[in-house]
Design a protein around this ligand. Sequence first.
Ligand SMILES: *Cc1c(COP(=O)(O)O)cnc(C)c1O
Length: 447
Amino acid sequence: MNPKEDKPKEPPGFEEPPHPWHDVPLAQWNDWRWQLRHRLNTLDELGRILKLAPEEEAGISAQNHFRIDVTPYFAALMDPDDPTCPIRRQVIPTARELDGFEAAMVDSLGEDAHSPVPGLVHRYPDRVLMLVTTLCASYCRYCTRSRIVGGKAARFGRAHYDAQIDYIASNPAVRDVLISGGDPLVLATPVLEDLLQRLRAIPHVEVVRIGTRTPIFLPQRIDDELVEMLKRYHPLWMNIHVNHPKELTPAARQACARLADAGIPLGCQSVLLAGVNDCPNVMKDLVHALLQTRVRPYYLYQCDMVPGAGHFRTPVSRGIEIIEALRGHTSGFAVPTYVIDAPGGGGKVPVAPQYLISQSPGRTVVRNFEGFITTYTEPTCYEPHDASRCPACQRKRDEGGQEGVASLLAGERVAIAPEGFVQSHQRLTRIRWRPIKQALTIEEEGE
Ligand SMILES: *Cc1c(COP(=O)(O)O)cnc(C)c1O
C-alpha cells in the first residue's frame, strides 16, 4: 500500500476532523479524552454515520451484548455503505455474535485458573501477564477476555496493582512482565508511570512489555507527554494489534513513529478473522504496511473459542495457507508466528507448514517455499556439546534442570505422562513413579 497513491479523502487524525465531525475544533478532535468521551455506542449514534444492515441493528439492539464503544476516529475509517467493511466488522456487532457454537468457553485460555492474585496470569515459568484495567478505547467483537473486559464488575485498581506487584517482587523467576487489560494506555499517564516505576524497582524484572491497541483505535493518545514518560522506563517493548492494512492510517503510522523514535521496539499481534483478514494477499499487504511503520509482525493468532467470536473463526488450515504464502515470498521478519492459544490453558502453540520432508541418520531432506527439495548432509565429525563443562548448563542444573519436552532431550527424565496415567497403569510394577510438578517422571528401577 503506497499512501501517496490511494490517498483517502481526508486522513482522520492529526490534520483535520473528517465528516461528520468537521465542525469539531481540531484541538478537540486531537484530544484523546475528547475522543473517549464522544465514543459511539447506541443504535442511534451508529445509525447516524453508517447505513446499518438489519443484522447489525439486531446485534446492537440485543440484550446483554458485549460492550460496544467506537472512537469517532476509528468510526471515521468505516465504509458507511458496506456492512462487510473489515474495519466495521471488528467493532460493530451483528446478530451472529449471539450464536453459540460447540466448544465455546468463556475463559477459553484457562486464565482464571492460572491467576495467583486477581488480574495476574502466571502461565509460563518466567513471565506474567498483568491485567491493569478492563477498559479499552474501542471494543473488538472477538475479544478473548470478553468475560471481564468492558464490564463494570471487575475493574482493576490500586489494591489490585499492589497485590500483583507484591507477587512479582516475591517471585524471582519472573523476568518479563506484560502489562495488558483491557488497554493499559487508556489509564492516565501518572497511573501508568507509577506502575512502570514500581516494576522497574524490582531487580529481577528485566523486561516490561505493554499490549495496546490505542495507536489504532486512538492514535491521539500517543502524545508527547506519554512518549516522554515511557522512554524513561527502558527496556520497554510494545505490542500493538492490527488486523487489516486499512487500520494503518497516516495518524496511526505517526503514533507508531513516535513510539519507535522513543526507542520502543514495536510488535504486532494480529488475529485471524473470517471476513477481515482471512486472505493471504490481505495479510501480505498488512505485514508490508507494518514493516513500513517499523512494526515487526509478531504473532498471528488463531481466533479463540470464546462466546461471540464463533463467526470470526476460520479453519486452522487457512492460517497455514497464509504462512505458506508469506514465508520465502517476502522478508523473513515480515512473517509472524502463527499460534493457537491452547484452549484450557496450554499457552501459545506455534503451527506452521511442514518444511522437513524426511530424514536418515546421514541426511535431512527439506523443501523450500517454491517446492524445491534438497538435502542437507549431516556432519560425521560432530562433537556433542559438553554440558558438564558449560557454565550456562551448570546454572540451569542448579536451578532444577530443564522443564517440559526439553527435559526429555536433556536426558533428565524419560517420559511425561498425563495426570492419572500411573493409577490407570498400575500393572507397570517395575517402574517407580515420582511426581515432578504437574507432570510425572518415570525412573528406571534402582536409580
Ligand atoms: C501471551 C502470553 C504471554 C507471553 O507470551 P510470549 O510468547 O512470551 O509473547 C505470557 N503470559 C500469558 C498468560 C500469555 O497469554
